[in-house]
Structure formats: C-alpha cells, structure tokens
Design a protein around this ligand. Structure first.
Ligand code: BTN
Length: 262
C-alpha cells in the first residue's frame, strides 16, 4: 500500500496519522498501541497492512487476510463520551464500506450486525475492540476488512461458497489505495453521527438490511439460537426479532436467513 497515494486523497482528520505496513499481526493491535502512545490525539489514526498474520474476526474467529489481496484497516477512536453511540460504531464501519464500494460501482447490503454482502456473499466485516485500563475505557479500535482482489480460489475452502471480493463482483481490479481512502473518508462523518446521534445513524441504514426483505431468521449466539422475523434495529444497534414471545432484542450472534420473504 502506497501511503502517499492514500493520504493525498484524504481531506478530513481521519488518516492524518496514517501507517501503512507490508505485514502486521493485526492492524487492530497496532491501532491499540497508537492509543497507548498518543491517547486522545490518536483519535482518527489509521493503520493499514497489506498482510496480517494473526487477523481476528468477530465471535473469536480468525479473519483471512493474507496474500496481499484484501484491505485491512483499523481506526483508533477516543470518544468523548464512552456511553453514547459506541455500540453503533460497527454499523458506522459497515455503512462506510458500503458507501466506498458504491463509489466503486458495487451495490451491497448489510447483514446484522455488520457484515457487508455483495450478491448475498460476504465482502467485508467489522470488528470493534475496546482498550481498557481496569474498568475505564481508554479508546476503541474499529477494524475493517474488505475483500478486494481475491479470486474464488484465494479463499479457504470453508468460506469459498459464502465469501466474495470486489474483483469477483466487478470483474476488474480495484486500486487498494483508492478503496482505503474512500473507506476512511466515508467513515469520519459516520463515526461522528454514531457518537452524537446513534438513532439517526440507525435510521440512515434503513433500506440497507438484507433482512428487510422479510423471511425467517435464525440467530446463533453462544450455545443457543433464536428464530424470528426481522422487526427492526434498535438505536443501540441491537436486532429486534418478532418471535412467538413478542419482539425480542438480540445483542450479538450470527444470522442465518432460513426462509426468504416476499
Ligand atoms: C468479522 O468477523 O466479520 C470481522 C472481521 C474484521 C477483520 C478486520 S481486518 C482489519 C482488522 N484487524 C483485525 O485483526 N481484524 C480486523
């Protein structure tokens, strides 16, 4: 990743502190170090790596991000009020990726909580991690992984049927520096909105959810699972499901579309 080709496209505050590495364990870990080194002035610092050797995904899973074909980017955040809007930050990340991919000609949908899908397959994922000192939150890291240049065989067999990339969907190569700058530029106002008015951020995502087409969902969380129909997303970013017991809130989990609506 050519640092200048990213930074020359950035006009906002996000990415003023910008690191581009050939390889890191996880960009989230390096962004966490920047928070430790610079405190509040690391807010908006961006770390990018061409390859990650120990990338993390949600729910304790690993994330496939080697081979130099994906965008791995983490943003250090230091919200003024850690109580407001923080749970909506992953949604801000997913919307930023959607906007960036739309600018590259790719229409996407969101799958709760923050997967970005192209033609029903996952093209990007978001991982929010907190940095704690005892009980006190000392910054957050918003990690974003976007599949850019992979062909079908670049994915491990177990995700080959469910993953896709910008190259597979568009049939052409996407310049990583352009994709990175589009994500960073889109992210800044969305993070600001998440932290100041999370309900407005959630409203702005209306029409983007794949579940809005109706149908039956199953959400697996820990040992259990819950089934129901999509009702809406709460202003804390929770999934509201219509079940036999009324509308139930789900905070985390993995959604499967059991039956399409319509
Ligand atoms: C998911 O499981 O959907 C979330 C994937 C998040 C991957 C990104 S890549 C950049 C950042 N660094 C990591 O180790 N993980 C996130």
């Amino acid at each position: 990743m050519n640092r200048d080709a990213v930074s020359s496209r950035l006009a906002g505050k996000f990415g003023r502190m910008l690191e581009c590495h050939a390889e890191l364990g996880s960009t989230n870990d390096r962004a966490r170090e920047l928070l430790a080194l610079h405190g509040v002035s690391a807010h908006g610092a961006v770390v990018i790596a061409d390859n990650q050797t120990d990338a993390r995904g949600r729910l304790g899973r690993s994330w496939h991000s080697s081979g130099g074909k994906s965008l791995a980017l983490s943003v250090a955040l230091w919200p003024r009020d850690a109580r407001k809007g923080v749970t909506c930050l992953p949604l801000a990340g997913a919307l930023a990726v959607m906007k960036a991919l739309a600018a590259l000609g790719l229409g996407c949908k969101l799958k709760w909580p923050n997967d970005v899908l192209a033609n029903g397959r996952k093209i990007a994922g978001i991982l929010l991690e907190g940095r704690f000192n005892g009980d006190s939150l000392q910054g957050l890291v918003l990690g974003i992984g976007v599949n850019l240049g992979q062909g079908p065989k670049d994915f491990p067999p177990e995700i080959r049927e469910t993953a896709t990339s910008a190259r597979i969907e568009s049939g052409r190569d996407v310049e990583p520096e352009l994709a990175a700058s589009l994500v960073i530029e889109s992210l800044e106002p969305l993070v600001a909105l998440a932290l100041s008015d999370p309900a407005a951020l959630v409203t702005s995502a209306e029409g983007s959810w794949i579940h809005e087409q109706g149908g039956l969902l199953r959400v697996a969380a820990g040992e259990g699972a819950i089934e129901g129909r999509f009702f809406s997303i709460s202003e804390d970013g929770e999934l509201l499901l219509e079940t036999g017991n009324g509308v139930e809130k789900v905070r985390a989990g993995e959604v499967t579309l059991l039956k399409l609506g319509g």
